[in-house]
Structure formats: structure tokens, C-alpha cells
Write a protein that binds this ligand. Structure first.
Ligand code: ACO
Ligand code: OAA
Length: 379
């Protein structure tokens, strides 16, 4: 069904330019609700903190795609399907292996999704077909990320295991050993928190591509590109680089004064929607605390707290999810360049839920701009 815009179009000179679309409501969604006033985030009505505490990633994926939590038979069906889709095709494996090791892992992931899409000859854009594609990408993105990480380190790939849940299988393929329960739990929490966040830049990008009636893979490729930037998903890597640059808690104040004096953006702080704190930070911080206790890395936590204290005191700008997630991924054993791909492996749930929603009631996304170039002229 295609809806017709009901808002009257502004006449020339009557519009307001909303740079960055800040404050603009561009469509409705039933996937998630971000409420900065109550500092809450609901996935299909459920508080994300409760989902992070109680649910496996597969349950959250089902919830985002279908609107309800799965019953036991539905969950088993999804788990079975997801496990059967984890292996990459020979062409995707060969493509990942052929890319330069210097390529950013997000570029590898973006390229791999393109190749996965090119092997899907189906032109069926029904909700059922797109749901099957969503499950395939949910299952295969971890295999790509783990394979790419290992080849970068000169290690052979570790094939997926169908006796492990989604989060455990990713950790197994990455590190080649059974995951520690503390790491598994923290990783699963991060996946649930990263899964969905309404019309953020990468999800909006996916919806723009879908709105032209393009295919789901193209939407995800574009979304990966949008997520890579440091003002969005790339910030979790930048947080770790900042904490490394600071070196020690004692040097934080001096570092911060200089950085703010140079008008640098401090990565992992600030948010377009949340102005009084990101609703996901306390849950991720608890997971980080458990990892710190598990690894004995108090030094990292001291730097983390010193920077947060300094930022809050000097600017009042609070951390976003990328701030605790960056050091948490570090303590789980991931290299910094893998952090944003881990965000993508989680956000694939939200991106695809939005693609399904956009396609179910599509309107082409094509805003207006105010022209500020030269008036008509002739050579
Ligand atoms: C999971 C996620 O993707 S969350 C976002 C992750 N991104 C980051 O952590 C990158 C760092 N943060 C930022 O760049 C910003 O806070 C954004 C892009 C996330 C949000 O930006 P916007 O809503 O556009 O706010 P904007 O950038 O205009 O900030 C308003 C003011 O606060 C300042 N500010 C905002 N965030 C920061 C920051 N992290 N460090 C320093 N100053 C900041 C801006 O410089 C600006 O100051 P000014 O009015 O004096 O120019
Ligand atoms: O909502 C945003 O703008 C960014 C964000 O926190 C997310 O995508 O998780």
C-alpha cells in the first residue's frame, strides 16, 4: 500500500530549513520508541533494559521483526533457521579473503553484504522473502566479521557451530574457544542494546534506499556506510582510541582541557535525541563493571571515570552507548577496529525491521532544499 502525504507543501519562502533534519518528524514507526523526556527506550513496547536482562538476541530479533516476543516453537524455528544460514558461500569467503588487509573491517562487511545480495537472484520483494533475507544477514554478518578479523591476524577461519546460540557462536568463530560466561553475557547485553534505535542516521539511510523500492541488501549496504562514521557507530572505536591516547587517569584533565580548547569532539559523548543521558548507558556500564572485575583492569575503568567526570563538569555533555561499549569490547578481547562491525552485527536487526516497515507502507523519501547558489545566469 502506498500512502499519500497529507501535509500541504510549503509555498516558496514559507519554509524553515531544518539542518540535519534536527527535530523533524519524518514518518511514524512501531518498531521502537526513544523518549528523551522519560529517558526510556522501548522495543515494540518493551523496555530495552528488561530485554537486555532477560532475553537472548534471537528473541529480540524476532520481536523487532514480528512485533511480539516469540513463543517457544517460534523461537526454536528461528534458532534452527539462523543456525542453518551461518555458513558463507564460496564466493563471499573468497571475496573477504581477497580484500586488502589494510581495508577497514566496515568496508569488508559492506562489500560482503553486496556479494551476498548479488547471489540472491530472487526478485521477490514480499515481506516473507525480505524476512528470509533478514535472517540470512543476521546469521552471516558475524561469520564475515569473525573471518575477516582472523585473516587480519594471520589466523585461519573458525567455522560456525550449530550447537551454540547466536552470541556464543560469534565469540567462538572470533576467538576459537568456548566463550567465558561473563564475556558471553556482556556481549549479549551489548547486542540487545545496540539492536535498534528508531530513526538514527544508518536506519534512516536504510529507509531512504528502501523508499525507492530498491532491494533489502542495497539498504543494508548503505546503512553500513552510514554507521561507519565517527559521529555515529564509528564512535565506539574512537572512544577506545581516546582512552589509549589519554594513557592514564592522572593525565585526563590536562588532555581534556587541550582537546576542548582545540574544539575537538569528545567521542562517546553527546546525542542528537538524548540531552539528559542515553537510556542504554547504565545497563552497558553494569556489563562493563562485570568485565572489569573479571579481567582486573581497574586502570581502564579509572581512565573511563576520569574522562566522564571531566566532561560532565566542564560541558555537562553525558556519555552515549558507545562510551561504555568501546572499553567493554576491548575487555572482551576484540581489537578496536572490530568494534563498529560488532555494532552492525547487532543493528542488522533494527535495520531490517525498518526495511520491512518502510516497504509495508511506502512513501518515497525526498525532502526539499533551499537553493542558495547564484541566480540564473548565462555564459
Ligand atoms: C550510538 C550512537 O551512534 S550515539 C552517537 C555517537 N557519536 C559520538 O559519540 C560522537 C561525538 N558526539 C557528537 O559529535 C554529537 O554529540 C552528536 C553528533 C552525537 C550529536 O550532535 P548534535 O545533536 O548535532 O549536536 P551538536 O553537534 O550540534 O552539539 C551541540 C553543542 O554541543 C557540543 N558537543 C556535542 N557533543 C560533543 C562532544 N562529544 N564533544 C564536545 N562537544 C560536543 C557541540 O560542539 C555543540 O557546541 P556549540 O553549540 O558550541 O557548537
Ligand atoms: O539514535 C541515534 O542518533 C544514534 C544512536 O544512539 C543509535 O543509533 O543507537
Amino acid at each position: 500500500m502506498t500512502s499519500t502525504p497529507t501535509e500541504p507543501r510549503p509555498a516558496a519562502g514559507e519554509h524553515r530549513v531544518a539542518r540535519g533534519l534536527a527535530g523533524v518528524v519524518v514518518d511514524t514507526t512501531a518498531v521502537s520508541h526513544v523518549d528523551p523526556a522519560s529517558n526510556s527506550l522501548l522495543y515494540r513496547g518493551y523496555p530495552v533494559q528488561e530485554l537486555a536482562r532477560d532475553c537472548a538476541v534471537e528473541e529480540v530479533a524476532w520481536l523487532l521483526w514480528h512485533g511480539e516476543l516469540p513463543d517457544p516453537a517460534e523461537l526454536e524455528g528461528l534458532a534452527h533457521l539462523e543456525r542453518s544460514e551461518r555458513f558463507l558461500s564460496p564466493l563471499v569467503e573468497a571475496t573477504v579473503d581477497a580484500l586488502p588487509r589494510s581495508a577497514h573491517p566496515m568496508d569488508v562487511l559492506r562489500t560482503a553484504v553486496s556479494v551476498i545480495g548479488s547471489e540472491d537472484a530472487g526478485r521477490d520483494s514480499s515481506a516473507e522473502a525480505d524476512l528470509a533475507r533478514s535472517v540470512r544477514l543476521f546469521a552471516q554478518l558475524p561469520t564475515v566479521v569473525a573471518r575477516d578479523r582472523r585473516r587480519r591476524l594471520g589466523l585461519g577461519p573458525v567455522p560456525p557451530r550449530d550447537d551454540l546460540d547466536h552470541a556464543a557462536n560469534l565469540l567462538w568463530m572470533t576467538f576459537g574457544e568456548a566463550p567465558d560466561p561473563v564475556v558471553h553475557d556482556a556481549f549479549q547485553v551489548s547486542m540487545v542494546l545496540y539492536a535498534e534505535h528508531s530513526f538514527n542516521a544508518s536506519t534512516f539511510t536504510a529507509r531512504v534506499v528502501t523508499s525507492t523500492l530498491s532491494d533489502l541488501y542495497s539498504s543494508v549496504v548503505a546503512a553500513i556506510g552510514a554507521l561507519k562514521g565517527p559521529l555515529h557507530g564509528g564512535a565506539n572505536e574512537a572512544v577506545m582510541e581516546t582512552l589509549a591516547e589519554i594513557g592514564s587517569a592522572a593525565g585526563t584533565e590536562e588532555w581534556l582541557e587541550r582537546a576542548l580548547g582545540e574544539r575537538r569532539k569528545i567521542m562517546g559523548f553527546g546525542h542528537r535525541v538524548y540531552k539528559h543521558g542515553d537510556s542504554r548507558v547504565p545497563t552497558m556500564r553494569e556489563a562493563l563493571d562485570r568485565l572489569v572485575e573479571h579481567t582486573g583492569r581497574q586502570d581502564l575503568l579509572e581512565r573511563y571515570e576520569a574522562l566522564e567526570r571531566g566532561m560532565t563538569a566542564r560541558t555537562g555533555i553525558l556519555p552515549n552507548l558507545d562510551y561504555p561499549a568501546g572499553p567493554a569490547y576491548h575487555l572482551m578481547g576484540f581489537e578496536t577496529e572490530t568494534f563498529t562491525p560488532l555494532f552492525a552485527v547487532s543493528r542488522i536487526m533494527g535495520w531490517t525491521a525498518h526495511v520491512l516497515e518502510q516497504r509495508a507502507d511506502n512513501a518515497l523519501i525526498r525532502p526539499l532544499s533551499e537553493y542558495v547558489g547564484p541566480g540564473e545566469r548565462h555564459r
